[in-house]
Design a protein around this ligand. Sequence first.
Ligand SMILES: Nc1nc2c(ncn2[C@@H]2O[C@H](COP(=O)(O)OP(=O)(O)OP(=O)(O)O)[C@@H](O)[C@H]2O)c(=O)[nH]1
Length: 323
Amino acid sequence: MGQDIRVTLETYCEFLTTIPDAALLADSDGGIVWANEMAVALFSGSADGLWAQNVEELIPEHLREGHFEHMKRYWDNPVARSMGNRERLGARRQDGTSITVAIMLNQLNLEDGRYALAICRDMSQEQRQKNDLHEALEQEKVLSTTDPVTGVGNRRHFSNELLYEIERSSRHARVFSVAYLDLDNFKDVNDRYGHAQGDKLLQQIVEVAQRRLRKTDVIARIGGDEFAVLLPETGTTTIQSPIADLLHKMKQSMHDSGWSVTISCGVVTFRTPPGTPEDALKAADKLMYEVKAAGKDASREAVFERGPSELRHSSGTEGELPD
Ligand SMILES: Nc1nc2c(ncn2[C@@H]2O[C@H](COP(=O)(O)OP(=O)(O)OP(=O)(O)O)[C@@H](O)[C@H]2O)c(=O)[nH]1
């Protein structure tokens, strides 16, 4: 009888040498009693090294405590676990490096004892590919909303931020403002000094804005020489100063660099939220356009309040900006 059991175990082991996955047999204390060549290659450098181990040593240190409990439960109520489930587990090689494995667990009930059979498939490469793909997608997401010249958000990013602000303002009745800035005579800089200098000028505009604006404000480049600024919690009583001051600083910076570039700007304060981000941008763009048509280098403001007249002009700052 005993010989039959040994043969059975041997037969098992013989079979397990032919499968393409790593196979381990462990006793109820977790001691590894046998491993196939794939398991030796996966977890260790030598068969002796692996056979002398306890399965616990193949578990990452931070998971060992949980594994002990898990093993106790498993021996009390052994349920076969297929490899098909999508669970991936961290494992530790004998040299301390980490791998990701899928594990099939089953119990062998033999007369000389019970053994746990673990078949492990190395999923490290699949996991690495998944991680790389996830990272690439995250990077792509950032790139798709970033302006490559200045590093600030692009139109898509601005629309997303604006949408969030519109929803917030609808829920909490918060006022916010949107400014549309278009550089005047920017083309001359490109034509006279080249595209690279034009890019530097755009970057300088953004640097000035980032120094002046609050952390919660958003500046984005939404076109060639067009920028939009979102100012949450900022209404007509406070709008004049941040945007006027920003325009003043931008103009000063252009002047200091010897560039004859000025700025046309339209600002709309939304006391009630607009329907869409595009509606908000369009309203500010329209004001900016009026400034352009009237001779550039100025800002014009309006208040939006849902009602019969919807957009109401409140004030305009023509020509020189305040010191
Ligand atoms: N350097 C640089 N120039 C750009 C970029 N994108 C667009 N432009 C240029 O920006 C200019 C925008 O054209 P316009 O709005 O007519 O320029 P403008 O001289 O400011 O015109 P006004 O607004 O009427 O004063 C064009 O010359 C484009 O080639 C960019 O990424 N870098």
